[in-house]
Design a protein around this ligand. Structure first.
Ligand code: FES
Length: 236
């Protein structure tokens, strides 16, 4: 089938303002949107800039706006869209454009680093392996599926209104360590996150959950953090 792509183009080093460029390509209904972008770049326009790596929904590098919604280009097929054979491809909102579909994700990773995304175990005096309970692993498992594609954060209306809000991806990573039974700093983690720009920045709009390509119940996880913060305040 013939597909029509309208693609956002902007090179801040050369262009005064962004514009959209049209491309026509032949594609199969089972082609990924990433396949189509590769085809445009390889066969028509080698100047088109976008990121991708694994092409299998693992690395998180090709999150884009496809027809107005954040998606992974490697996870969506041509036939997945009601728009038939018309596609509008834009960079993730919220972040500065480096070139075309590539955005600067440094602010995203800066917030991610703020939650100290690594295990801080207490002293293990047992002389044995530090083993995690199976039920505990199951509880935090949804957060382990996060590939840091930034779709949730870019799609979050709160993040768009308040750039200081930690955002769903960083909070989800905090959830992963707050509820890890091997971590010894839960109290401190909860204290740090108990702020208007922390977990209370989330107004339960569910958009992060709606757009997550890994179907992680992010809003629910953030709700569990809120509950833990309240319990801590009550001394529970
Ligand atoms: S290219 Fe790795 S997630 Fe799409």
């Amino acid at each position: 089938m013939q597909c029509h792509f309208t693609v956002y183009r902007f090179d801040p080093a050369a262009d005064e303002k962004p514009h959209y460029q049209e491309y026509e390509i032949a594609a199969e209904p089972t082609d990924k949107i990433l396949d189509c972008l590769n085809k445009i770049r390889w066969e028509q326009d080698p100047t088109l800039a976008f990121r991708s790596s694994c092409a299998h929904g693992i690395c998180g590098s090709d999150a884009l706006m496809i027809n107005g919604r954040t998606e992974l280009a490697c996870q969506k097929l041509v036939r997945d869209f009601k728009s038939g054979n018309n596609f509008v491809i834009e960079p993730l909102p919220l972040f500065d454009v480096v070139k075309d579909l590539i955005v600067d994700l440094e602010p995203f990773f800066e917030k991610y680093r703020q939650v100290q995304p690594y295990l801080k175990p207490g002293k293990n005096t047992s002389g044995k392996e530090f083993i995690q309970e199976a039920e505990n692993q199951e509880f935090i498992e949804p957060a382990l599926r996060c590939i840091l594609c930034a779709s949730c954060t870019a799609g979050c209306p709160i993040n768009r209104a308040n750039p200081d809000y930690l955002g769903p991806a960083a909070l989800l990573r905090a959830f992963r360590y707050i509820f890890d039974s091997r971590d010894s700093t839960t109290e401190h983690r909860l204290e740090k996150i108990d702020a208007d720009d922390g977990v209370w920045g989330c107004k339960t709009m569910w958009w992060c959950t709606e757009v997550c390509p890994k179907e992680i119940p992010i809003t629910k996880c953030l709700g569990q953090i809120k509950r833990a913060v309240m319990q801590k305040k009550k001394g529970g």
